[in-house]
Design a protein around this ligand. Structure first.
Ligand SMILES: [Zn+2]
Length: 409
């Protein structure tokens, strides 16, 4: 039976660390429940819990499985066997997101605010109801506002005895995680998994045919979730095809600007599709909670209050939509970068496999036409577009500049 670490693709070292942590955490609980009898010596082995600590940071490139790793450790901490067996109620409810002592923060907007963090820290300080650990998982800890980071730091500096914080961030660079928080955490670096490891998990867990799995794993460049979508979702494949058709369509200023519009609009449409369902469900839930349409005494005051809550919800949803658009656009840019990287390696006659096997012939033709310098300039244009958007340049402006560079070379 696969345990909770089975989905950590190609991360043997990290899995070793996490298994040791789970065993150490179980030893801490055991020692607390079975204190040595008075007068006996405490024994000689390592202190219980030597492999365990109260704050962890999981780092790695997008798709390497930062949040998968954090959830797996959370499950192992709540596992009734202390191992992360994958089948007991502790493991099961943690992985399903319903364990009472595991809180998951997934920032919906571009940042996590201080109010949310304070409330979380407060709740995390309570005694675990299941008698094991209070676990707080913070996905995208790099999106904490400074004030939220300070609220978290206080909790990490003086952690309640049974509380564990699991942070996920791209790296431990000070731009991602403050130096003070970093200094209180143990870091678990995850690597970009190999295409072979990603393909293996697609076949084993998702039942994807081996040749499709191999193609999707390579095209996704080590991003496990992206590989699964490419393997299973025809819409995702169609969007990727459209992006990879861009290079051969760039024949002039007009087509370059058209391609920019098309890319932005495709990202908007993809983002809209991905948030529409959640948005509608949230609005319906809020309206039910507010008892929409009530008329009795106090209904006017309630209506004023509910207008405020609706406004808050709309604000949250707008900020989530913005983030979904950025993420969709970024995926498209990563695909495009892969194409020019293939052109470059082909121009250099480098003995490496292409990222996009299905456009390898086109990339090769590009590499011949542009030579290595031209392919490199185009690759750099894509990468600086990503950097510009990351630095808050308006996406349309950054993408238009990129398309013009790709056309002119
Ligand atoms: Zn278990």
């Amino acid at each position: 039976m696969p345990d909770v670490f089975a989905d950590l693709v190609g991360q043997d070292e990290a899995v070793d660390t996490l298994r040791r942590a789970a065993a150490a955490a179980a030893a801490v609980l055991h020692a607390a429940h079975h204190p040595p009898a008075a007068g006996t010596s405490p024994g000689t082995g390592p202190a219980p819990g030597a492999g365990m600590t109260h704050a962890w940071i999981f780092t790695g490139p997008p798709g390497s499985g930062r949040s998968v790793a954090a959830r797996a450790l959370a499950a192992a901490l709540q596992c009734v066997h202390g191992t992360g067996c994958g089948t007991c109620p502790g493991c099961h409810t943690t992985l399903a997101g319903t364990h009472a002592d595991v809180r998951l923060v997934v920032p919906e907007g571009l940042s996590i605010g201080v109010g949310e963090m304070r409330a979380l820290v407060l709740r995390a300080a309570s005694t675990p109801s299941g008698g094991r650990w209070q676990v707080v998982i913070i996905e995208d800890a790099d999106r904490l506002t400074e004030a939220a980071g300070n609220a978290l730091l206080k909790a990490v500096e003086e952690p309640p005895p049974r509380t564990v914080f699991l942070l996920c961030a791209p790296s431990t660079h000070p731009d991602d995680v403050s130096v003070t928080i970093r200094s209180r955490c143990r870091v678990v670096p995850l690597r970009q998994p190999s295409a072979a490891a990603v393909a293996e998990v697609l076949v084993r867990r998702d039942g994807v045919a081996p040749d499709v799995a191999q193609w999707a794993a390579t095209a996704a460049q080590g991003h496990v979730g992206r590989a699964r979508r490419l393997a299973r979702d025809p819409e995702a494949r169609k969007r990727r095809d459209a992006v990879l058709a861009v290079p051969r369509r760039l024949t002039g200023v007009g087509t370059a600007l058209d391609a920019a519009s098309a890319l932005i609009e495709a990202a908007e449409a993809e983002a809209e599709a991905s948030v529409a369902e959640t948005d509608a469900a949230e609005r319906a839930a809020l309206q039910t909670a507010l008892g929409a349409g009530g008329t009795g005494r106090g209904a006017a005051g309630a209506a004023r209050g509910s207008a405020g809550q609706l406004k808050d919800l709309e604000k949250r949803q707008k900020s989530r939509a913005t983030r979904a658009q950025r993420d969709a656009l970024d995926r498209a840019l990563v695909d495009l970068a892969g194409f020019y990287r293939d052109a470059l390696t082909s121009a250099l006659r480098a003995p490496v496999a292409p990222v996009h096997t299905d456009t390898a012939a086109l990339a090769e033709a590009g590499g011949q036409k542009w030579a290595a310098e031209g392919a490199l300039r185009r690759l750099e244009a894509v990468l600086s577009c990503r950097a510009a958007i990351e630095a808050n340049v308006k996406p349309r402006i950054a993408v238009e500049a990129m398309m013009l560079s790709l056309w002119k070379g």
